[in-house]
Ligand binder design. Structure first.
Ligand code: GDP
Length: 191
């Protein structure tokens, strides 16, 4: 997927704005600050590519990037903002639900989980959404360099237990650090 050029296409705030479904796509989801932009940049080898999604005003958009000739890489807005107003959260949930259940060209989701925190309630809600939409998903632990081996094993156990309840989950968990480059080559072969 990442063999070719990656370019920002557009940010979308409503289903009507989605690009034509003329490429297969994979999407990336995670709580805000989970390290999603860093991971997308590490995967694509293009620093600053996903920064567009992190600028104010862009954070509630679904951002589309081309990946090579035949795919889209889709950066979903980070969820779980501590102080987000209820209408904003509801609008986002509605759009996400519509996108996940209605996008025929969506092949797989990558759900990013912070290696320090494991699966939180907000994450679990997204995983259930993916189950209902029958979108298979790969869980990716991020920022693994920030936890010690022992702590990481504990979090991995917690994540495995959480995933067992989700039929759409891939059983394997990819452990990554964008900072150290850990797991990036592995993830490239899966994406
Ligand atoms: P996003 O909000 O999910 O897009 O998160 P960002 O990619 O912007 O990362 C949030 C913060 O975590 C930034 O300060 C990053 O430098 C830091 N970060 C991201 N990935 C890693 C990682 O693998 N290791 C470490 N130590 N820090 C990271």
């Amino acid at each position: 997927l990442f063999a070719g050029e990656t370019e920002f296409v557009k940010g979308v705030v409503a289903m009507s704005g989605l690009p034509a479904p003329d490429r297969l796509e994979v999407c990336f989801a995670g709580r805000s600050n989970v390290g999603k932009s860093s991971l997308i940049n590490a995967l694509t080898g293009r620093k600053g590519l996903a920064r567009a999604s992190n600028t104010p005003g862009r954070t509630q958009e679904i951002n589309f990037f081309t990946a090579g000739e035949a795919h889209y890489l889709v950066d979903l807005p980070g969820y779980g903002f501590a102080n987000a107003p209820v209408p904003v959260v509801e609008k986002w949930q509605r759009l996400l639900k519509q996108y996940l259940s209605g996008r025929q060209t969506l092949r797989r989701a990558f759900v990013l989980i912070d290696a320090r925190h494991g699966v939180k309630k907000v994450d679990d809600e997204i995983l259930s959404l993916l189950d209902s939409a029958a979108v298979t998903f790969q869980v990716v632990l991020t920022k693994a360099d920030k936890v010690k081996e022992k702590e990481r094993a504990k979090v991995l156990d917690q994540v495995r237990t959480a995933l067992a309840k989700h039929p759409a989950a891939y059983p394997e968990i990819v452990v990554t650090s964008s900072e150290k480059g850990w797991g990036i080559p592995t993830l490239r072969t899966i994406v």
